[in-house]
Design a protein around this ligand. Structure first.
Ligand code: NI
Length: 158
């Protein structure tokens, strides 16, 4: 396992559309391990492969490090979404920047897990927000382009 460099801000790769994963093989599993390690290192709740410079449709999400297990979504497709929530949001690729964004209140996503098995996950609140944010990354969309005007805050880290 290895910690990868996170692509930030104006890196053009963040605007690119990621490609479908054909097969969940050992190489993909190693990539998933690196993504998990990198997300944990930087205390993120989610990370898309494009954020470490790999244009593959893979995301990892881990909301509560103590209570939950991480979620791995390969080729995720949002098959249903309901409602709307206005939420505070950040992104590992935009360090220190936070803003309010409108996200679906509930999301159902279909994907493959890290073993290549079909899974369907229904998420509300923070999980719906995280799924929506990470799937956006796979389509070359970043949260900073959809923030509610006037809500951007710069919060420097210690
Ligand atoms: Ni992000």
């Amino acid at each position: 396992m290895a910690i990868r460099t996170i692509r930030e801000e104006n890196d053009e790769i963040l605007k690119k559309v990621s490609k479908v994963v054909d097969e969940v093989d050992d190489k993909i599993k190693l990539l998933v391990d690196d993504m998990l390690e990198t997300m944990h290192k930087y205390n993120g709740v989610g990370l898309a492969a494009v954020q470490i410079g790999i244009l593959k449709r893979i995301v990892v999400i881990h909301l509560d490090y103590e209570k939950d297990k991480p979620i791995v979504l390969i080729n995720p497709e949002i098959i249903e979404q309901k409602g709307e929530q206005i939420v505070e949001e950040g992104c590992l690729s935009f360090p220190n920047k936070f803003a309010k964004v409108a996200r679906p209140a509930e999301v159902t996503v279909k994907a493959l897990d890290e073993n290549g098995k079909n899974i369907t996950i229904k998420g509300k609140e923070l999980l719906a927000q995280a799924i929506s944010h990470e799937v956006d990354h796979l389509n070359g969309e970043v949260f900073i382009d959809k923030i509610i005007p006037g809500t951007l805050e710069y919060v420097p880290q210690e």
